[in-house]
Design a protein. Structure first.
Ligand SMILES: CC(C)(COP(=O)(O)OP(=O)(O)OC[C@H]1O[C@@H](n2cnc3c(N)ncnc32)[C@H](O)[C@@H]1OP(=O)(O)O)[C@@H](O)C(=O)NCCC(=O)NCCS
Length: 253
């Protein structure tokens, strides 16, 4: 058992190995968090996860969430060995989830960084979605769920997670970077231009001794140049949403 570190960085340190008590690890001091119950989801939750998705999707800018059907959730939950699904309940009601599943093929072909992993051999999980019901946003529930997800993945010896985040979704980008993930490049899907986010062992290749390069969040041309030049984005400087700088570092070749 290890001490509660609710918002530990996403680095899969060795000391995460061991027996876990999820409830205890996710406990937080703030009184307003007391009613939020972190949970691991299973097949019985597919319907309520989809209902939550549908509700949040209607209230969220187009492109922030990928298109999903009930069958997508049911299909994912039908294979629990390839799925890590966590959520938060309040008074029994599911108010947030974060789900990822094992990829069997390279999810974003063409991305050089990820091309080092063959998902058929090395487990690579990809995000299916993370949502928090608007009434309960602003309580760091995404950060909590990413922490729980990371621990469950670590217990499965999964050391690589990737996913997409829409380029305008600064709140979600901030959450991912704070959780220790990095942005690797761009990827367009059916609804939006996205960043590819990655968390896991390969971030040990980040050259943390180099001086970081700051680029405004909106300067996609400069970001694309840096991605093409072997850099990845690892942090957002604090500041107002759209005026923040994204910090890049090179990768050790
Ligand atoms: C994105 C979403 C899941 C985040 O929900 P949330 O958990 O309520 O997010 P919060 O508002 O509590 O967190 C936001 C702030 O906490 C910060 N934060 C995250 N981890 C933190 C930590 N460990 N310590 C301190 N602050 C932290 C975030 O960086 C952000 O700060 P900022 O405003 O300075 O950027 C939610 O807005 C949502 O459901 N949006 C619609 C669907 C969506 O876009 N999903 C993401 C798809 S990739």
């Amino acid at each position: 058992m290890f001490a509660p570190v609710p918002y530990a960085r996403y680095s899969f340190p060795d000391n995460l190995i061991g027996e876990t008590n999820l409830q205890e690890e996710l406990s937080v001091d703030a009184p307003n968090m007391a009613a939020f119950q972190p949970v691991v989801l299973d097949a019985a939750d597919a319907g309520s996860a989809y209902a939550l998705y549908s509700l949040v999707d209607r209230l969220t800018p187009y492109g922030f969430l990928a298109r999903r059907k009930l069958a997508d959730f049911e299909g994912a939950f039908a294979d629990p060995d390839s799925l890590v699904a966590v959520g938060v309940r309040k008074e029994g009601r599911l108010i947030a989830y974060s789900i990822c599943r094992r990829a069997m093929r390279p999810p974003y072909p063409g991305n050089l960084f990820l091309s080092r992993i063959d998902p058929a051999i090395t487990p690579l999980y990809v995000g299916i979605g993370t949502v928090v019901l608007p009434d309960f946003q602003g309580h760091l529930l995404m950060a909590q769920m990413l922490g729980l997800r990371r621990r469950l993945l670590f217990e499965r010896r999964v050391h690589h997670v990737a996913g997409l985040v829409a380029i305008d979704n600064v709140l979600s980008i901030g959450n991912l970077l704070r959780a220790g993930a990095a942005l690797l490049g761009f990827h367009e899907d059916e609804t939006a231009m996205n960043y590819i986010a990655y968390g896991g062992d390969m971030l040990s290749r980040l050259d943390r001794k180099s001086i970081s390069i700051a680029v405004p969040v909106g300067d996609r041309k400069q970001q694309a140049r840096l991605f093409d030049n072997g850099h990845i984005a690892f942090s957002l400087r604090p500041g107002k949403m759209k005026q923040r700088d994204m910090l890049f570092l090179p990768l050790i070749p």
